[in-house]
Design a protein. Structure first.
Length: 221
């Protein structure tokens, strides 16, 4: 596929992902009547489901990264050129922000509304490390063992990680940046964004190294 088509796929995929994350978060919070567990469930299921759809649709075009941490991993493995990886990250971030704005318009929420939700501290950062490490590992292991299972595996992993990680599994720098623009159920205070991204990128690097070793074919002497 041409670079232009790949970039459009990454933009549209990340746009759709964030429109789903924020839109379902707003809808879930409105319908949950104060029950946070129900609201989280209402945010989780659409997010996992849309990931299966988006990766299935756009995987053959761009690889369906929608995530700078995943793009970094593929760049480390030399499966994407550095220049292309940089462009992927730019369109992912822009697509994510526009997806948030689209959700705000749909639900008649203020267009620009920085989040006030504090997500900071060791517990949150460890949660993001675990979430991102596991996500990158899931992708690399599935590519090695069963590539056709990647969409379902990623969707299910994120669905689970929403609940077993303390941070509710952002696991994505583009998602983290975009969610800083939304003072809704799925938001994150802009002051907490940098720490989340730093942890996510470190986790992506370590996961790439670890799973590269774990999944490497052994050579008999």
């Amino acid at each position: 596929m041409s670079l232009e088509r790949r970039l459009m796929a990454e933009w549209l995929g990340t746009f759709s992902l964030l429109a789903t994350v924020i839109g379902s978060g707003i809808m879930a919070e409105r319908l949950a009547d104060g029950n946070v567990a129900i609201a989280l469930l209402g945010n989780t299921i659409p997010t996992g489901a849309i990931l299966v759809v988006l990766i299935t649709i756009f995987g053959p075009i761009s690889g369906a990264h929608f995530n700078p941490a995943v793009t970094l991993s593929f760049a480390m493995r030399r499966e994407i050129k550095k220049r292309d990886a940089g462009l992927y990250v730019i369109v992912q971030v822009i697509g994510g922000i526009v997806g948030v704005l689209a959700a705000h318009v749909m639900f008649e929420h203020p267009l620009i509304d920085p989040s006030a939700t504090t997500r900071s501290g060791i517990g949150q950062w460890v949660g993001e490390f675990v979430a991102t490490f596991g996500l990158v590992g899931t992708i690399l292991a599935c590519i090695k063992a069963r590539p056709a299972a990647v969409p379902m595996a990623v969707g299910l992993y994120i669905t689970a990680a929403y609940w077993f990680t303390s941070s509710t599994s952002f696991a994505n720098p583009a998602v983290t940046i975009a969610r800083g623009f939304s003072d809704t159920f799925a938001g994150i205070a802009p002051t907490d964004v940098i720490a989340f991204i730093a942890v996510q990128l470190v986790a992506a690097v370590l996961a790439t190294w670890f799973f590269g070793w774990l999944l490497e074919d052994e050579k008999n002497d």
